[in-house]
Each structure stands twice: as C-alpha cells, then as structure tokens.
Design a protein around this ligand. Structure first.
Ligand code: PLP
Length: 496
C-alpha cells in the first residue's frame, strides 16, 4: 500500500509536512497568477513587499480563535471594533460627522454583508408578508441571491446604456409600500460607475425606506481617489438617507480573503441583523452575522494589513491604481475597434468591441495566451458583451507592457475572425427551456466543447454559446457544469 492510498485528502498513513506543502504548491501552479499585475479579477494585489508575510503571520496567530463568543476571545472583538471604526471613519461616520452613531459588523465577505443588509431591512418590517427590494440592474448579483435566500421580491430598475446608471425617477417609481430596501452601488462591479447615491437615498428616505450603498468593491478606493483630487461624488454616510454601507476589506484594503464590513447609521437600524437563540439545551447563541463559528485569521490579517499600510500607504496605492487605470484606458482608446463602456471614474476599465470582425471573446483568449487574464462579461439587456479589468496597484508596473500586448492580441483576434457557432448549437442555446437542460445533456455538451476535464485555455466558443443564451439558460448551464466539476475525488490524490 502506498502512503497515499485511501483517499487523496485522507491517506491511510499520514504524509510528511514538507511533502504535503510540495503537493499544494504543485496544485497551485495550475492557478492563475495571484501576484504580478497581470490578473484583472478575483485577486487584489498591492504589490507591497513584505505585506503577504505580515498578513500570513497575523492570520496564523489568530487562525484558531473563534468569533463565536466575543467574551471568550477579547482579542478578536478588539480587532473587529477597530476595523469597524476605521471603515466608518473612511465612509463618513463616527464622532464629529453627520453619522456619529454608526455601528457595524465584520462579515466573511461582500455577499454576506449584502445578505445581512437585506435581512436587517426585511426583519425591521415584520408586518409585511411580501417584502420587496429595489436594485439597479447593475447592482451586484449578491442582491438577487439575498432576495432568493430571504424570499424578498426583487424589483430591478434598468440602467441607461450610455451612463450605465439608473435614473433616480425610475428608482422612485419602483418603490412600493412593501419595499424594505433600496440599493445604490459605489461603484458597480461590472463598469465601475458610481450610482446617483444622493438622489436615490433622497427618494428612499422620502418613502420611509432604508437605503443601502454597496461600496463592497470600491468603498476602500474612492475616498483615497477623492483625496488625490478625483471628482468622486458623495456616496457614503455624508449623504442623508443612506442607512447602511458595506465595504470589503479583502478587495481594495488588500487584506487576504474572508473579510468585509457592514455599517449601519445607528444601532437601531442594525438590531434586526442579529440572530439570538436560547430555546435549546446547548449554549445560548447570538450571532451578529451569518456564520456562527468564525476564524480569527481573516480579521487579524485585515487588522495587520490596515495598520501596516496606514493612510499614507493607501494614498500611495490609490495613486498607482489611478495611474494604471489611466494607462490601460489609453491603451484601449488607441485600439481600433475597441470602445470604453464608460470613462473610468474608479478602479475599473471596461471595454467593448464595435467592429463585428473583432470578437471580444477571441480577444480575451488571445490576451490569456499572452499572460493577461481579463474577465469577459456577457451581453445583458441592451448592453453589449464587454471585457472587465479590475485594476489594482500592482498593475501600475505593467501598464507599459499592456499596450503592445493588447495591440498584438487585437491583431491576432482579427486574424482569427469571430467565433461561428454551429447553427444547431446557436438555436439550441437561444431556444432551449432551462428545464430541458438535463444533467446528461449538459454533460454531453461539456464533452463536445472540450470541457469534460475542466476549463480549457480557449473559452471563446463557450462564451459565445453562453452569450447567445437567455439568462435562465446561462444559469442552468453553469450550475450543471459546476455540478460536473464538483465531484468527490475518490481514491485520487489531487494533481496525482
Ligand atoms: C459591488 C460588489 N458587491 C458585492 C460583491 C460580493 O463580494 P464577495 O465576492 O466578497 O462576496 C462584489 C464582488 O465583486 C462587488 O463587486
């Protein structure tokens, strides 16, 4: 029997530590590069020497501490309260501001913060049997998830195809007596534009409804960009009518994953977020957030990251990011056939193609082949497919290389020509009812598209297929596909 018999994660006989780490490093070599400024989604890299080591050491020091009981682990409570205070200060709250009574909670991520903002709003109105949530179409998909989980109806307000923002009048018109929460993004993920927060908060307040500003993505970047002179409109607690704000520290605060902050203007607004239960024989449970047991690791790592970088550090990183955004946007403007979806106003560069001979999905593959990892966005309503670049400070040192790489990739995509889907596949995507997509059909499709063993390097055909399908079919295809990927690895050592 080899020492890795049994299953891969649980061998019959334990494996020496050094070898286990080698195995993990070997697995990681197949991942996209988390550092180096060539990945434009998923990972936020400041490119600061020594910061990873600090965050890892802080993480390790608190990894086994449990946030379940703040009285047992006061270290965690102290760090959480410090993070909440820092976020509140940055976002227009705290002593001496218009929102002196701001309180908050540290959550595990943006989605959890948004779920809790919706839960607090819903549970503040227990008399409503059919509560509703108003979101701009550009709001993060986590609100749809919250609506789904919490059985709240979603009312989506369209965004203007040019400004990529909702009209305040449309938001006002969408508010009904059952509306418990109105949402604005600062900025939106897809295009990086800041919604008209002041107008949205005003109409929400006028209707007596809470207003949440989702600053998960850019809430830790906009204030520094403003201090550097960028024309950032008011979007936080400085705006009357804003009742809650979320900001992810694992995005532009550059903390390792697993940490976001949800702030409420006052304790009464936060109260319905909590869950307490004493009617069982075990410990009395009180959870401010969704998770009960929570590792102290992400919280300690975020605390260490904020303290080490400090305001001066974040200002420097924001300046690098701003310069990188400007350089990337120039490269797009200089590319024949590409068009910026919006003038960059935060940390996103988003572009589309307005030449039918230039296929965006082929371009994304050509960029990947050259070591630049961008994020394709499928067409939505009257918005065309686009390419999204989340720009972080580490990109600054790469900007000079990006322009020639983009030009080269554009030439290669033109030479390759657009993807032509077999007509029967296109008809299938466009015409299928989602419930007709059985697991067997999707498995056959995945096999035919070369996806059986995972995700291939070239994804243009798959993206074209998804682009041709309505949202409900996309959702079903992707859920079935991920179901195919997530199968137990019986008896295999990963990568072995
Ligand atoms: C605006 C916005 N809100 C919420 C989220 C969800 O955050 P998470 O992925 O941490 O759950 C994101 C993630 O990109 C986002 O951009």
């Amino acid at each position: 029997m080899s020492d890795t018999a049994g299953t891969g994660a649980l061998p019959a006989r334990g494996v020496p530590a050094a070898r286990v780490l080698d195995e993990i490093r070997a697995l990681r070599s197949a991942d996209r590069p988390t550092h180096g400024g060539r990945l434009f989604a998923y990972v936020y890299d400041p490119g600061v020497a020594g910061l990873d080591e600090l965050a890892q050491a802080a993480y390790a020091a608190s990894a086994h501490v449990n946030g379940l009981d703040p009285t047992a682990f006061p270290s965690l409570l102290a760090m959480e309260n410090a993070l909440v205070a820092a976020a509140a200060r940055l976002l227009g709250g705290g002593p001496g501001t218009a929102a002196p009574d701001v309180v908050g909670s540290v959550t595990g991520g943006g989605t959890e913060s948004l779920l809790l903002a919706v839960k607090a709003a819903r549970d503040a109105r227990p008399e409503l049997t059919a509560p509703r949530l108003v979101v701009p179409a550009s709001a993060h998909a986590a609100f749809a998830k919250a609506a789904h989980y919490l059985r709240v109806e979603l009312d989506t307000v369209p965004v203007d195809p040019v400004t990529l923002r909702p009209a305040v009048a449309d938001v006002a018109a969408a508010i009904r007596p059952e509306t418990v929460l109105v949402v604005a993004s600062a900025p939106s993920y897809a295009h990086g534009v800041v919604d008209p927060v002041a107008g949205i908060a005003e109409v929400a307040a006028g209707a007596g409804v809470r207003c949440h500003v989702d600053a998960c993505f850019g809430g830790w970047a906009l204030p520094w960009l403003r201090r550097l002179g960028a024309p950032v409109p008011p979007f936080d607690f400085a705006v009357p009518g804003v009742t809650s704000v979320s900001v992810d520290l694992h995005k532009y605060a550059y903390a390792p994953k697993g940490v976001s902050v949800l702030l409420h203007r006052d304790p009464a607004l936060r109260a319905p977020q909590f869950f307490a239960y004493a009617d069982w024989p075990g410990y009395t449970m009180v959870n401010p957030v969704i998770a009960s047991t929570r590792s102290g690791g992400p919280i300690a790592a975020a605390y260490a990251t904020l303290r080490h970088l400090g305001e001066d550090g974040y200002l420097r990183l924001a300046a690098s990011t701003r310069d990188a955004v400007a350089g990337l946007a120039d490269a797009v403007r200089a590319s024949d056939g590409l068009r910026l979806m919006a003038e960059p106003e935060s940390t996103v560069v988003c572009f589309t193609a307005d030449d039918p001979k230039l296929d965006l999905f082929v371009l994304v593959d050509e960029l990947t082949a050259r070591g630049w990892h961008t994020q394709p966005q499928l067409r939505y309503a009257d918005l065309p497919a686009s390419v999204h670049l989340t720009v972080t400070a580490a990109v600054a040192s790469r900007v000079a290389e990006f322009a020639p790489a983009l030009a080269d990739a554009v030439a290669a995509a033109r030479a390759a020509g657009p993807v032509v889907l077999p007509p029967e596949l296109r008809a299938l995507a466009a015409g299928l009812a989602p419930e007709a997509l059985t697991p067997e059909l999707v498995a056959g499709l995945a096999e035919g598209l070369g996806l059986a063993g995972g995700v291939p390097d070239r994804m243009a055909v798959v993206n074209t297929l998804l682009d041709a399908a309505p949202a409900a079919v996309r959702e079903r295809l992707l859920a079935e596909f991920v179901g195919l990927l997530q199968r137990p690895a019986w008896g295999r050592t990963p990568g072995g």
